[in-house]
Design a protein around this ligand. Sequence first.
Ligand SMILES: Cc1ncc(COP(=O)(O)O)c(C=O)c1O
Length: 410
Amino acid sequence: MNAPESAVLHTPARPMPHVLNTYGRLPLALSHGQGCWVWDTNGKKYLDGLGGIAVNTLGHNHPRLVPALQEQIAKLIHSSNYYEVPLQEQLAARLCELSGLAGAFFCSTGLEANEAALKIARKFGHDKGIHRPEIIVYEGAFHGRSIATLSATANPKVQAGFGPLVEGFVRVPLNDLAAVEEVARSNPNVVAVFLETIQGEGGIHPSRWEYLQGLRALCDRQGWLMMLDEVQCGIGRTGKWFAHQWAGIVPDVMPLAKGLGSGVPIGAVVAGPKAANIFQPGNHGTTFGGNPLAMRAGVETLRIMEEDGVMANAAAVGKRLSDGLKQALEGVPGVVEVRGAGLMIGIELDRPCGVILQRAADAGLMLSVTADRVIRLVPPLILSADEAAQIVAILAPLICTFLSEPVAAA
Ligand SMILES: Cc1ncc(COP(=O)(O)O)c(C=O)c1O
């Protein structure tokens, strides 16, 4: 978990004194998993409502993914981008087919995918003769923790202590097209808009579909790139391959990561015709990006998702989970809203609720708390209806008990 945008935990001592102190961690370590279940080193079993923060698309120890990865490891883990990597072409072609875009660059994390997107936008500007290109970013956004992506992020806790921030960003509220139109009128240096289709770390805030359609039209009128960060909400999580597909639009640039490799580190920036030829040899690169192991993980993840109808499952089980939570929490004072799409669900409370993390773990459920007061569920996309019912049965009473306590206990 990313501690500052999730709950800050207070563990009594540091059990890993040689590891830099960047995370507030629960005092437990996982040893293995099977499907949507994980076990800690003491043998305690947990239902995985977190999926490694929207990463373990196919759950744990998947019977077809694991042998494919074992075979790949025995053949070739890493070569180099000095040479052709046929699996890169295979995965890129599939991502283009699924998204309607034209080409992909591979890296290893979400922030790297976003860095590549930001560089594409800046060079797009320079190529048009805009020498101080600016990018529209959003209140509530989270794009990563490199200096550029934390500058694009809106969370002051993520930025504190790391100034000076990277310049060239203009911030607007989400779902307010008039605010973007105002920037269009007043700022001739804008080259792109950059937003999460559904904000994740900011507390599960979806862009409205009409907003995305309006933004797409505005980007076309202005000659801007529309860049949608689908690092958390992409790869089937909402019941379509990419969340923006619910709005019937196609972006120009789409960073991906997290769920694409089912746990093997991978990132990608997928670009449409306006953006796909901006990088030329020497403009961008990374040692690990696109290595055969990560590419195989991506290819097999997408293949298994399609063969097993995993997206339809995410949509159907996601609806059951969110309906179940809404029903169980209806009228409970202190529950602000249950929202999200597919298996990306946030339960907003009226107070900080970081303690729920430990209480849920004690009760055998993995989840996260983000934006201080939003309980987030992003389980593996193979979650069954029965497992969804078990999440509701564990979580709803925990929330009710928590909300019945004096506020100071939060
Ligand atoms: C929408 C979004 N973008 C980017 C990132 C950063 O990804 P990574 O942690 O792999 O760098 C995250 C991580 O939570 C994210 O949710």
